[in-house]
Design a protein around this ligand. Structure first.
Ligand code: HEM
Ligand code: HEM
Ligand code: SF4
Ligand code: SF4
Length: 353
């Protein structure tokens, strides 16, 4: 046991269900019995049933209590939250699985998100909490997921389709490695409020925070200047100093990226690539973003082979053909060979049409 400290998460071993402690490191196989239900079987013959339910990222204490009550009733109190904001009830008694699913469905909680489904969209804080967002998180996800809901409780897609959202380039979401990524973009040079910069900010820290060296001292004003030609609108300076406002109602919006994934048994990891450079923030339902994401899912589902993920499908048919099939406009931002990017560097002049 690690030394006890007053920070960081508690030791996970204190919270494992007894069946996992008992069979630790000795799990033999797992199966997806039905959408939202996994069975893990150990060498000893013990079986653990996992019931997965989609949840909001931001939960009320009342809802967490309700979840805990269900876990007490059916799973000896054991449940876990996944990295995609799903909740999993860990049930070691087979007889309790169906009653639990029945009660979850009666509550209207979505059971699913396993296997070849569209599981919950992993996302960031958005307007509700963070200080640098270029778009909202929960509201965009809710709007998109409402349209894709049918794919949550079924496993009929060709393969996994992981969707993620990050509300700025800091990217607390997994937008670099998701099949479809929704990414908030700033497009304006920070507007400097000299009074705030002078009174509230450590100027050398703000200058050092800029990755492109766009910020210079302005000794006459005891403030700073930004060179617009060098600025890439990342918002780092705003993180250091509230006088460098980067958010802008018209400039800010959403970009869409596709084809990222973590490695699996068939192919290595891949980075997401830009396919739509800008969509406006259009609350409360973000229709432009919803339309593009839905179109991407449905086009991929129609054309991909079994097990083929978005990026693998695009690799097979070719980057140019992807734009042709989806009807998305191809612009210079999507040229897939920029220096410093050996992973996506086009090594042949042959186009795949
Ligand atoms: C022999 C032991 C195990 C093997 C070989 C195994 C293998 C796998 C594989 C291949 C996946 C799919 C990964 C992907 O492509 O996303 C997976 C997913 C998963 N496994 Fe296991 N697993 C084992 C034990 C466990 C145990 C004991 C648990 C928890 C009690 C667990 C929980 C999960 C979860 C939550 C997922 C994600 C499923 C999804 O996103 O659809 N696994 N596992
Ligand atoms: C050895 C270290 C790591 C392991 C074993 C690991 C394992 C996993 C697994 C099994 C999942 C799938 C969970 C699910 O489907 O519910 C996952 C998802 C994820 N991981 Fe990690 N991870 C590691 C390191 C990291 C690091 C360093 C980051 C961030 C920089 C990260 C960020 C994420 C994100 C954002 C997701 C959700 C993405 C998705 O499901 O497509 N992980 N990780
Ligand atoms: S992605 Fe950016 S804006 Fe969104 S929560 Fe993270 S740091 Fe904040
Ligand atoms: S937004 Fe980023 S690139 Fe632009 S000045 Fe600030 S830190 Fe530098």
């Amino acid at each position: 046991m690690a030394t006890r400290t007053d920070f960081g998460p508690p030791d996970y071993r204190q919270m494992l269900p007894p069946i996992i402690t008992k069979n630790y490191g000795q799990w033999k196989y797992h199966e997806r019995l039905q959408p939202g239900l996994l069975m893990h079987v150990a060498e000893s013959g013990d079986a653990l049933y996992t019931i997965r339910v989609g949840s909001e990222r931001l939960l009320s204490t009342d809802k967490v209590r309700e979840m805990c009550d269900l876990a007490e009733k059916y799973c000896d109190g054991y449940l876990r939250f996944t990295s995609r904001h799903n909740v999993e009830f860990l049930c070691s008694d087979k007889a309790r699985v169906d009653p639990l699913i029945a009660e979850l469905k009666a509550k209207g909680w979505p059971v699913g998100g396993t296997g070849h489904s569209i599981t919950n969209i992993v996302h960031t804080q958005g307007w509700i909490h963070c200080h640098t967002p270029a778009t909202d998180a929960s509201a965009v996800v809710k709007s998109v997921m409402d349209e894709l809901y049918q794919y949550f409780g079924t496993m009929d897609l060709p393969g996994y389709c992981r969707i993620s959202l990050a509300c700025c380039l800091n990217m607390c979401g997994a937008v670099h490695c998701s099949d479809i990524a929704i990414l908030g973009m700033h497009r304006m040079v920070p507007k400097i409020n000299h009074d705030i910069v002078r009174t509230k900010c450590e100027l050398p820290n703000v200058i050092a925070a800029c990755p492109t060296g766009a910020i210079r001292p302005d000794p006459a004003n005891k403030s700073l200047t930004v060179n617009p030609d060098r600025c890439m609108y990342c918002g780092n300076c705003y993180t250091m100093c509230p006088g460098m406002t980067v958010a802008d109602p018209i400039g800010d919006g959403i970009s869409i990226w596709v084809g990222g994934k973590v490695s699996n048994s068939r192919s290595g990891p891949a980075f997401s690539r830009l396919v739509v450079p800008f969509l406006p923030n259009n609350p409360p339902r973000w229709p432009e973003t919803v339309e593009v994401v839905k179109m991407l899912v449905e086009t991929w589902a129609k054309h991909a082979r079994k097990h083929e993920r978005m990026g693998e499908w695009i690799e097979r048919i070719g980057w140019e053909r992807f734009f042709e099939i989806t009807g998305l406009p191809f612009t210079e931002q999507m040229i897939d060979d920029f220096t410093m990017a050996p992973e996506t560097f086009r090594t042949t002049a042959a186009f795949k049409w």
